[in-house]
Design a protein around this ligand. Sequence first.
Ligand code: GLN
Length: 293
Amino acid sequence: MKLKEILDKTTAFFKDKKIETPRLDAELLLSHGLKLDRIQLYLRFDQPMKEDELAVLRELVRRRASGEPVAYILGYRDFFKYRFEVNSSVLIPRPETEHIIEEVLSWAKTSENKMGILDLGSGSGCIGLSLLKEFPHARLVSVDMSEQALAVAQRNAQALEVSDRVRFVHADAAQWEVVLSAYKEWTGQDKVDVLVSNPPYIAIEDPQVEENVRKFEPSMALFAEDKGLALLKSWSQLYGSHLNTPGLMLMEMGMGQGAAMREHFQNLKIFNEINVIKDLSGHDRVIRGVTHG
Ligand code: GLN
């Protein structure tokens, strides 16, 4: 069979399996399996496939058809400007999380900013490590309770050549004393300039969670008590009084959590500005609190 026929057959099979982007997924998996760029697939449409190549492709197609996300099969996902290694112990970076990066960029004004950044529940490291790339004088403390996730983030830091500016802390973010003492040691500062987090914020019983998200992504990274608000509330409270002036706190949240989080941020009585930032679909996505110096 020729490459073009395999691609068409795979696309039709994925369509049948109700996969949302059947052609794209087929191209990504085939180019990955054949170690080609996606564009090269088109140049080799008439190439006959060897049996050993077919065996590799069959396995990739089988995994995707069972619902496994493409990012886990490929072992990476692009986020913001960079490529991040991922595996099943980290949440797959989502484009809406890039709003956090954009907000830090507009708050910090200049890339010369020497800010200290704290990323709580850092997963693949996509938020904090992207920020280190944008701010060459910044330092980061990256916190996660999953050792496997920290290992992934560590490899991402190496690949992005920012390892010398990040300290990884294996802790539950609720252990604020452990986290803040690491932060002080690493940055030489008592207060946090920029706190970023994409905490687990999905209500445990939320019926809208896609089946394959529930099945393949780490539940530790997804779900929280109190209608999903538990960690958003407790982490912002624990770290709020340790935020610098001027300082910035940005937390990703779910649609419909904006009003509750705005009220919670108001009750903390530390911020001069509070905003609910919406994503491109118009849903509440990030809660932003700013302290003025
Ligand atoms: N900070 C990581 C991300 O944004 C992980 C978030 C999480 O696991 N909840 O992708």
